[in-house]
Write a protein of this length. Sequence first.
Length: 133
Amino acid sequence: MEKGLYRYWDPPPFDLLIPVPLHPKRLRERGFNQSLLLVKELSHRTGIPYEKRLLQKKRQTLPQVELSGREREKEVRNSFRIIKREALRGKTILLVDDVYTTGATVNECAKVLLAAGAERIDVFTIAHAIKTS
């Protein structure tokens, strides 16, 4: 994972690592946020601080696996919010998610982070889903 990060960013130019959040109900069901686990490990290995509460999922959405690309975009629209906007002002952020499928979730998160004052958002994922016929 660390090698993947340094493959694209050497040295990493980030002020902060932020995981894609789960809705509290989904977090209780699952028991963990896989994106947060990835962020904690990246932070440990790189020394870049992370913040797990600045970006929050404010409403529950349908499971993305059941939706088309357009449906995913519509479903995640306005589903995230920022806490403590001042902590983001001028920051370069690495947004971390486990799987990139259509990009709807990370795009919506990035939009909210930028609107809150972040200077730049890059995205790091461990896997990219591909469509098979």
